[in-house]
Ligand binder design. Structure first.
Ligand code: MN
Ligand code: MN
Length: 278
């Protein structure tokens, strides 16, 4: 499956490409995240703000950021294979995807695409939840499981999790089994020391944020990070970022577009960091 429209050339090598992945069939509790990509885009282009990241990178046309639209996911059941095929195609053109979810289940088929081109990938996951269940409600591809699949297939050299505050016993055992580096919270100990070496993939689950800032998620967990803290973490990544996703934004649960607006802000900051870091 090609991500490009007929007769359109792929963006230049090295471009950061926004790609919507409107999938929420693996959500365990509430649906709605599949509607997020287009709503986040609308917030990104709202006249209330501009397209400048805080690091000074302008994301307007010609910046190296290209929106290629949403993946055309077919009938239920085959989404994972389609996502892997599509992202593999982007990587073959040396593009750097920023996927707009969709629920967190999309991260496994995306990361699976990176194995051939990035065998020593570090994955930085910002999330309230470890998403390390072996299986959830009988579904091994649930949005509660993607990082178990990634680690058992050795698709990441390191998995670093920040913001985790719902680590129960089965997932703690999985974290130990896979050698996951978990920072349960960071702020009371001062700034997170991110000792990362590239290439890095950044996966942002919107519920890493406190529900006071981002109520529009399916699994709100109080006690989370502020947008400022998440942005500061992004800014402290000094190594090449080869891909990213922003997932679990559920417009059905949002209040006054707070969450989609914050997702659009994080999209600007992650894209700006990708373009700046090279
Ligand atoms: Mn989560
Ligand atoms: Mn998650």
């Amino acid at each position: 499956m090609s991500c490009f429209l007929p007769n359109t050339d792929p963006p230049a090598a090295g471009s950061v490409v926004v790609v919507g992945v409107p999938v929420d069939e693996n959500s365990s509790f509430l649906r709605g995240a599949a509607r997020a990509p287009d709503i986040i885009r609308k917030a990104l282009h709202a006249e209330s703000s501009n397209l400048c990241a805080e690091n000074g990178i302008e994301l307007a046309a010609g910046s190296g950021l290209v929106d290629i639209g949403n993946l055309d996911i077919g009938p239920a059941g085959g989404a994972n294979e389609q996502i892997t095929t599509a992202v593999t195609g982007l990587l073959a053109h040396q593009l750097r995807p920023v996927a707009l979810g969709g629920d967190h289940s999309i991260t496994f088929p995306i990361i699976r695409s990176f194995a051939a081109t990035h065998p020593s990938l570090t994955v930085l996951q910002l999330d309230a939840h470890p998403d390390l269940y072996d299986s959830y409600d009988g579904n091994r591809f649930s949005h509660a499981c993607p990082f178990a699949r990634i680690m058992e297939e050795n698709l990441a050299r390191r998995l670093v999790q920040i913001g985790i505050r719902a680590m129960n016993t089965p997932q703690r055992q999985q974290a130990q089994r896979f050698g996951v580096e978990t920072m349960e919270m960071c702020t009371h100990r001062g700034p997170v020391e991110l000792q990362l070496s590239g290439p890095v993939y950044v996966s942002i689950d919107m519920d890493v944020l406190d529900p006071a800032f981002a109520p529009g998620v399916s699994h709100p967990e109080p006690g989370g990070l502020s947008p400022r803290e998440v942005i500061d973490i992004i800014h402290r990544i000094r190594v090449p970022i080869v891909g990213a996703d922003i997932v679990e934004c559920n417009p059905e649960r949002d209040l006054g577009e707070m969450t989609v607006r914050t997702a659009a802000k994080l999209l600007k900051e992650i894209a700006g960091a990708m373009l700046k870091n090279g």
